[in-house]
Design a protein around this ligand. Structure first.
Ligand SMILES: [Zn+2]
Length: 440
């Protein structure tokens, strides 16, 4: 027989109040009567928040399971405090028809450790030409459309895509890159690239396309979500679009507020991603855009690659780093501890904000909401050890970094999907008396 689980003595992520939260059958419930049988997890003042959501993850299935699988990618997500990820369709084959959307969802139901929301391709084969069947893709379960990994080069195709996406009620996630400007480039254009004699990619390769898509959002009324914004000029485009009231949102990733192109050092392929790490001026502009609310939400762009792929010479190694298991700590260590954001403001960008951007059901920690939760120790100190990742990918520039903040427990759909070894597992006990500020 099912019985409620109670998380006792947690700190509410918004109010800071100490409270108990109960859930049963996948939903948050009113606290059980004091003394009733329950499973009790002693939170001892850890911060309880809605489960984190990552709108930009590469799970690599179908077809690239040596790099990652739905099972390993969602296990990494759960360990990082995530209860939902949206996965990109640049797999092989490309997720460009309803059958593959259903395949991903089926795989996630069988092997997933968190909710998986497929993003379907905008164009057939992500070739930038013929549009896919947006309504059928939505019906199959796609939450957004993207040719991520590739830009939609033709403005005319993007215009038509936005017109249809508006009718389908889906956002288009833009991988903003002018391939003529980025051609042959492997890192940010600037002094470091010059020193290493690597061809650079200017920020304008991203910002001219971000600008274009803001204009097309105005023309069509279709919703654009600008992916992985990395540089000052793109953030200016997004800020301008918001001022004009256009249906445009945007995300950035932890590596853009923590690192600059100097991390490439001596051809370190672990610091190679697309868009590339930028200048210190860009990094500061990213933080400014986070603080002033220009950036709607955070995402990891989790992109696992094989060790052998990343071991190649810099100009041959693939773009991308893993991110699910370091995202929360990089947020707490480099945005909250220095005072750029409050804990609540930072968690908002990983919880409510991404749910809003993709129209996912809200989690307010109120009775009736999905039991999608994360219990966080904001002060826990740990050192990044890629060998301990649940992800198949080990490609991170943060190996060996001391960080603050950890997901101590993750609950998805009422099940514990992650429990840190430092936390005692939930045990049978009489339900506690409801504490102050209990979920209503
Ligand atoms: Zn991309």
């Amino acid at each position: 027989m099912s019985q409620p689980t109670v998380i006792r003595g947690a700190r509410h992520w918004r109010t800071g109040e100490c409270f108990d939260l109960a859930f049963e059958g996948g939903r948050i419930t009113a606290p059980p009567a004091a003394g009733a049988p329950a499973r009790v997890l002693e939170a001892r003042g850890l911060v309880l928040a809605p489960g984190l959501v990552d709108l930009h993850v590469h799970l690599r299935e179908p077809g690239q399971s040596s790099r990652e699988t739905v099972a390993t990618g969602t296990a990494a997500a759960a360990a990082g405090g995530f209860t939902a990820v949206a996965c990109m369709p640049n797999t092989s084959p490309v997720v460009d028809n309803p059958a593959w959307v259903e395949w991903v969802l089926h795989r996630a139901r069988e092997q997933g450790r968190c909710r998986v929301h497929p993003i379907a391709a905008v164009t057939v084969g992500q070739r930038g030409e013929q549009l896919t069947e947006f309504l059928a893709l939505k019906e199959a379960g796609a939450v957004a459309l993207s040719d991520d990994g590739h830009p939609i080069l033709s403005a005319a195709v993007m215009r038509r895509a936005l017109e249809y996406a508006r009718h389908a009620g889906l956002p288009i996630v833009g991988h903003e890159e002018d391939l003529a400007l980025s051609a042959g480039g492997h890192m940010n254009e600037g002094p470091t690239a010059t020193r290493l004699a690597i061809r650079g990619i200017p920020g304008a390769a991203e910002s001219v396309m971000a600008r274009r898509d803001c204009e097309l959002a105005e023309l069509t009324g279709g919703r654009v979500h600008l992916a992985h914004l990395s540089c000052a000029a793109s953030l200016a485009a997004l800020r301008d679009a918001r001022r004009r009231g256009l249906p445009v949102t945007g995300e950035t990733c932890p590596h853009y507020w923590t690192l600059t192109d100097e991390a490439v050092g001596r051809y370190d392929t672990r610091a190679k991603m697309n868009p590339p790490l930028r200048s210190e001026r860009d990094r500061l502009a990213v933080i400014e855009a986070i603080v002033d609310g220009t950036i709607d939400c955070f995402a990891t762009d989790h992109a696992p690659h094989l060790y052998e792929e990343k071991r190649q010479p810099f100009d041959q190694a693939p773009f991308g780093i893993v991110g699910l298991e370091t995202a929360l700590a990089l947020t707490l260590t480099f945005l909250v501890r220095p005072g750029h954001l409050t804990l609540e403001g930072a968690l908002e960008r990983w919880t409510d904000a991404p749910r809003r951007v993709f129209g996912l059901p809200p989690v307010r920690l109120a009775a009736g909401d999905p039991a999608d939760l994360v219990l966080i120790d904001p002060d826990a100190e740990w050192t990044v050890d890629p060998e301990r990742f649940h992800s198949r990918g080990r490609n991170t520039p943060f190996a060996g970094w001391p960080l603050h903040g950890r997901a101590m427990a993750t609950v998805c759909d009422g099940e514990f999907t992650h429990l840190d070894e430092r936390l005692a597992p939930p045990a049978e006990a009489p339900a506690p008396r409801a504490a102050l500020g209990a979920a209503s």
